[in-house]
Design a protein around this ligand. Structure first.
Ligand code: FES
Ligand code: FES
Length: 155
């Protein structure tokens, strides 16, 4: 399969049962996306495919052929973390950290489509992501902080 990951065109052989998550982690070494439930329940494996948030454990690798995928590794660059990553760091929105890449990708997707979400909309936007540590308040606070930062930047 060929797939564009974080702006780079990559190629690998896959078996029909391999998922996009398998390929990202095991072939391309992009281990930021996590595997937990492997059945679309927890959101730990969330990536963007052609700009849409998807559970990469539910996408067969062959279905990603020719598409553009963004993983958590693709949000930061040489200049540093993205605003939403910075907000998680500043807010202490991370406990064990396992769910956080998926949370960040879902939050990034939410803010791409709604630059000023309400608290309810933030919660709804993250409702497909489970945190086993239960730190939802700080996670939502991190997203709210990113929203405030973006609002100030626009003023
Ligand atoms: S590992 Fe994909 S949704 Fe849980
Ligand atoms: S921070 Fe531990 S699972 Fe969410």
């Amino acid at each position: 399969m060929r797939v564009v990951v974080n702006g780079r065109e990559l190629e690998t052989d896959v078996a029909p049962h391999h998922t996009l998550l398998d390929v990202l982690r095991d072939r391309f070494g992009l281990t930021g996306s996590k595997e937990c439930c492997a059945e679309g329940e927890c959101g730990a494996c969330t990536v963007l495919m052609d700009g849409h948030a998807v559970n990469s454990c539910l996408v067969l690798a062959v279905e990603a052929e020719g598409h553009a995928v963004t993983t958590i590794e693709g949000l930061s660059d040489v200049d540093g973390l993205s605003p939403i990553q910075d907000a998680f760091l500043a807010t202490g929105g991370v406990q064990c950290g396992f769910c956080i890449p998926g949370m960040v990708m879902s939050a990034h997707y939410l803010l791409e489509h709604n630059s000023a979400p309400t608290t309810t909309e933030i919660r709804e936007g993250l409702s497909g992501n489970l945190c086993r540590c239960g730190g939802y308040n700080q996670i939502c606070a991190a997203v709210a902080r990113a929203v405030r930062g973006a609002t100030r930047a626009r003023e």
